[in-house]
Design a protein around this ligand. Structure first.
Ligand SMILES: Nc1ncnc2c1ncn2[C@@H]1O[C@H](COP(=O)(O)OP(=O)(O)OP(=O)(O)O)[C@@H](O)[C@H]1O
Ligand SMILES: [Mg+2]
Length: 304
């Protein structure tokens, strides 16, 4: 249903996305997993024709996302990575405005706005100015905005970034409910556990390159990879990154045998080119058990 045909993006000499070729099937929940700067937002922005591809194309149901942008947007709901709202509009007004932009009548827009705000727990703040919403409320409003025209396909760019655990759980449940209603979803995140719990298939990208794609089962089965399900918490991306670049994983200087039986030991990445590490992994590198590993030992989630 979504075809990436050597889609690429460069900014001057900098390559943000190397030619990307892959297909997302109809009704599939597809995850783009990658650390900061991997190229997730760049890819989604080209899918929304916010950015013009430097090369190749991306098509949805046969439509070119750039050439046929207006038609594509009729079928797609987009939750952007950063919430930006008109500062003179209230939450309800924003949704009504978007509904009317999509060609709904005023009455229909009002009805859908009210219903969505109630469903997403925004009923009490519908008359507040959206710029004054908390981050969790803003993300819910973005989701409502993406859903207003009842699209069949959703692009969600880090919907849970910078929200508290309750709002995060709420948003993830909302995404699951959308999936159950048959929406095709492209979900970008740097949280392994989110794509793992939500997605049928994932593409792991880093520095604009597609590193691996497949179902979680396929990725688990790949002997060159650590088992994704065992990479818990913030060191996960760093460990994956280190693995992909050929760095050796070790605990206290001893290489970890495959298959990896768990990372609760505070595994550290060794070797050249392991790349910048997130908080927990940086500690692991220093010889201290990583934050994620310590949390994993206590059976906690590594996310705040
Ligand atoms: N307008 C721009 N000019 C130059 N470089 C850019 C521009 N926009 C993005 N980039 C670069 O492209 C790369 C990919 O950025 P992108 O925002 O797609 O990453 P991301 O995977 O979404 O990261 P994050 O998890 O932080 O949201 C980054 O190195 C970024 O600095
Ligand atoms: Mg991004």
């Amino acid at each position: 249903m979504i075809e990436f045909l050597a889609l690429s993006k460069t900014y001057g000499a900098f390559r943000a996305l190397a030619p990307l070729t892959l297909t997302v099937s109809k009704g599939e929940m597809f995850g783009f997993l990658g650390p900061n700067g991997a190229g997730k937002t760049t890819t989604i922005r080209m899918m929304m024709s916010i950015l013009v591809p430097s090369g190749g194309a991306v098509r949805i149901a046969g439509l070119d996302c750039h050439r046929d942008a207006a038609e594509v947007k009729r079928h797609v709901g987009y939750l952007p990575d950063s919430p930006i709202f008109y500062d003179y509009l209230r939450g309800r007004e924003i949704l009504q405005f978007i509904g009317e932009m999509h060609g709904l009548t005023r009455a229909e827009s009002q009805l859908r706005a009210q219903r969505l705000m109630a469903e997403l727990g925004l009923g009490e703040v519908s008359e507040e100015f959206a710029v004054n919403y908390s981050m969790g409320m803003k993300k819910k409003l973005l989701l409502a905005r993406a859903l207003l025209h009842d699209p069949q396909v959703m692009y969600l760019d880090e919907p849970t970034a910078n929200v508290d655990p309750q709002a995060r759980a709420f948003l993830l449940d909302a995404v699951r409910a959308l999936r159950a209603r048959g929406k095709a979803i492209v979900y970008a995140s740097h949280y392994m556990e989110e794509v793992e719990s939500l997605c049928d298939r994932i593409a792991i990208i880093d520095h604009g390159r597609l590193l691996q794609t497949g179902t979680l089962t396929e990725i688990y089965a790949d002997p060159s990879h650590r088992r994704v399900g065992e990479l818990i918490g913030s060191p996960a991306m760093a460990l994956l990154d280190a693995t992909v670049r050929g760095a050796r994983l070790a605990v206290d200087g001893y290489p970890i045998p495959l298959p990896l039986s768990g990372l609760s030991l505070g595994a550290k990445a060794e070797g050249a080119g392991a790349g910048p590490l997130p908080d927990g992994a940086a500690r692991a590198r220093d010889g201290q058990p990583g934050l994620g590993a310590r949390r994993a030992r206590r059976g906690e989630s590594a996310r705040p």
